[in-house]
Design a protein around this ligand. Structure first.
Ligand code: NAD
Length: 356
């Protein structure tokens, strides 16, 4: 089995190193091939998603991705910025379903900014549609405002749109995921204001007909944001569009104490996937050796489970992570008094030891 390893920028290479050590420690005959992406891709070949990197990603059985982005690329034209690499990979590989579990390990209940009783035992799954919505809709751009009170001034504009097939396929992923959990699905929309999301709601309701064992409810995105911080444990699976999912999944990340703990999977229709931590390249801490590698290590576990058919090995990694947390080891982002502060490399090494 071939895994494309794309470390990227900022803390990307540091956290990927640890995930690779963990994968190697499993003793499986994985072939791992590295390629530059993001700012590193731009430096290597003038484009954030070099042709050879895309080719490797297309040929591989799964992709393990670090993170991309750095402030120093902010002045580049948009198509050359590092973040375009991840958008390009999602689009080219048709990775339309983003799965982001938000689980609060009991040992980290105190690391959340919410009261322990609100978040303790949290285990929810956010499913975000990833290749449509306002992030990809055309037309978009800058123009001279054609009408209204600001007519004649410059304006920026984007287009929100979802085709029926796009909504149906993500709805099926969400209902099937709910069937494997507590059989409750919340579809998040803004049907009260947006045509696109009235359509979303109608299609999700229609797909529900195929999954009578799942309880479906609908919630407006503003209410969902409020409920996520008020009573997050009442959710099981949430499904939503690209932009709402982008925002809600980061809010859910904080429920768990640190974005450094959250893995994610982006899957195509055949369960080939790109696996990455939910966080970005954290340029503020890059090179300091203090980034939390656990989200990336847990992403590798998701990769084993969803794309490589190695559920047992995935369990081994997840249990090893639980073990190091129970041992009291913490990177600074999840550190509390009474625990032991460790750096990126020490945390990765502890997971490798715990695997044994
Ligand atoms: P970020 O997620 O990189 O950082 C937000 C905060 O969380 C920072 O304080 C950072 O230090 C902290 N943090 C993130 N990951 C951490 C970890 N593993 N351990 C400890 N602390 C961690 O978000 P940002 O600052 O908004 O963005 C920085 C860059 O990352 C930007 O260029 C952005 O475009 C990019 N980005 C990339 C991706 C991706 O590669 N998929 C996703 C989001 C943001």
């Amino acid at each position: 089995m071939k895994i494309a390893i794309l470390p990227g920028d900022g803390i990307g290479p540091e956290i990927i190193d640890q995930a690779v050590s963990v994968l190697k420690a499993l003793g499986e005959p994985f072939e791992m091939e590295f390629a530059p992406v993001g700012g590193a891709g731009y430096e290597a070949s003038g484009h954030p998603l070099p042709e050879a990197t895309l080719k490797l990603a297309q040929q591989a059985d799964a992709i393990l991705f670090g993170s991309v982005g750095d402030w120093k690329y902010d002045t580049l034209e948009r198509t050359l910025r590092p973040e375009q690499a991840i958008l390009g990979l999602r689009k080219n590989l048709n990775l339309f379903a983003n799965l982001r579990p938000a689980i609060l390990y009991p040992e980290l209940a105190g690391a959340s900014t919410l009261k322990p009783e609100v978040v303790s035992g949290l285990d929810i799954l956010i499913i975000r549609e990833l290749t449509g919505d306002i992030y990809f809709g055309q037309p978009r751009g800058m123009r001279i405002c054609p009408d209204g009170p600001f007519k004649g001034q410059r304006e920026g504009f984007d287009t929100m749109r979802y085709a029926e097939g796009e909504i149906r396929r993500i709805a099926h992923v969400a209902f099937q995921a709910a069937q494997k959990r507590d059989k409750r699905l919340t579809s998040v929309d803004k049907a009260n204001v947006l045509e696109t999301f009235q359509f979303w709601k109608d299609i999700v309701t229609d797909v529900h007909g195929d999954y009578p064992d799942v309880v479906l409810d609908h919630m407006y995105v503003d209410n969902a944001a409020m409920q996520l911080v008020r009573a997050p444990k009442k959710f099981d699976v949430l499904v939503t569009g690209n932009m709402f999912g982008d925002i809600l999944s980061d809010a859910a990340a904080m429920l768990t104490g640190s974005i450094g703990m959250l893995p994610s999977a982006s899957l195509d229709a055949n369960n080939k996937g790109l696996y990455e931590p939910s966080h970005g390249s954290a340029p503020d801490i890059a090179g300091k050796g203090i980034a939390n590698p656990l989200a990336t290590i847990l992403s590798a576990a998701m990769m084993l489970r969803y794309s490589l058919g190695k559920a047992e090995q995935a369990d081994r990694i997840e249990n090893a992570v639980k073990k190091v947390l129970a041992q009291g080891l913490r990177t600074p982002d999840i550190y509390e008094t009474g625990t032991t502060k460790v750096g990126t490399v020490e945390m990765g090494a502890a997971v490798v030891r715990a695997l044994a």
